[in-house]
Design a protein around this ligand. Structure first.
Ligand SMILES: [Zn+2]
Length: 292
């Protein structure tokens, strides 16, 4: 069994010709031996007008393959009045009733601990939705912002103690290492991981912080220092989730590196099979209350 907690449909790359529909996604899942996938809406028009997949689109796509696709919903923290007391419950209640299992992909160009975002994180927890976010500490792209050492994420973990957060994105994964120079916080840093990074520190301190392995950023963090990556996967085996974040229809032919990496990990005799099973699907089933 393999569950991808980070899949997409819609127009989400610069080349808008690569529209992905549900059938494209299912074909890719079959090719990559993925049984089920969480489909995440994305939209952040202020910085990236190509991000376009709304909750309604995701619900319609998932309704075509209810045994394979699991919908997430998305709410912009600036919606419903754009203030820190905005009430999103009417939306969250509707989305839960329509089958959504989480909130994300959260990627507005805001500080991670913007009061409007904290307000939304707290309300997501009321509905049992984990919050899957993209951290990208630059003005020129989508994604939430945080400084060196991730103090804003830590504030959210402290002030929203009931909310489960699923970390993702270049800045999140660059901070796996204590050695994280300013010019490497939005790219894929190479070389050995220096112990003491913000991500392992926060995951040890806050049991509600999870992470998905998806995208080039997740793959890079786990593969740049193979020994560290395997120790990280073992230590946090109860809160890591397999994911792809594959956005392009052409990924079917081209592939994305996390998929062969993760399949190879299962064949690695030195890696505990029970840890692999948890990251592959058991953690997702537990967190999202899936019947498997
Ligand atoms: Zn994504």
């Amino acid at each position: 069994m393999l569950i991808d907690v980070h899949a997409h449909i819609g127009r989400i790359v610069l080349d808008r010709r690569e529209f992905m529909d549900a059938a494209n996604l299912i074909a890719r899942m079959d090719a990559w031996r993925i049984d089920r996938a969480c489909v995440l809406p994305v939209c952040e028009h202020s910085k990236a007008p190509y991000l376009e997949a709304y909750t309604a689109d995701v619900l319609a796509a998932c309704a075509l393959y209810p045994k394979r696709l699991i919908p997430f919903c998305l709410v912009d923290p600036r919606f419903a009045g754009n203030h820190p007391q905005a009430d999103f419950r009417f939306l969250l209640e509707e989305y839960r009733a329509r089958g959504c299992r989480g909130l994300g992909e959260m990627l507005p160009k805001l500080d991670f601990d913007d009061p409007r975002a904290l307000n939304l994180y707290r309300q997501a927890a009321e509905f049992g939705f984990p919050v899957l976010f993209d951290l990208h500490d630059t003005d020129t792209s989508y994604g939430l912002r945080d400084g060196p050492g991730l103090p804003r994420l830590e504030r959210a973990l402290r002030e929203c103690p009931d909310t489960v957060f699923i970390g993702h994105g270049p800045t999140f994964w660059a901070e796996i290492s204590a050695d994280c120079p300013p010019d490497e916080r939005c790219v894929y840093p190479k070389g050995p991981v220096k112990p003491g990074g913000a991500v392992p520190r926060l995951m040890r301190a806050y049991p509600k912080l999870w992470a998905d392995l998806s995208a080039g950023s997740g793959y890079n963090a786990l593969s740049r220092d193979g020994a560290f990556g395997r120790r990280f996967l073992e230590e946090f085996q109860d809160r890591l989730l397999f994911g792809t974040d594959s956005c392009r229809r052409s990924d079917l032919e081209r592939g994305v590196p996390i998929v062969p990496f993760f399949h190879a990990l299962r064949d690695n005799a030195a890696f505990p099979p029970e840890a692999w099973e948890k990251i592959a699907w058991k953690n997702a089933a537990r967190l999202l209350r899936l019947e498997v």
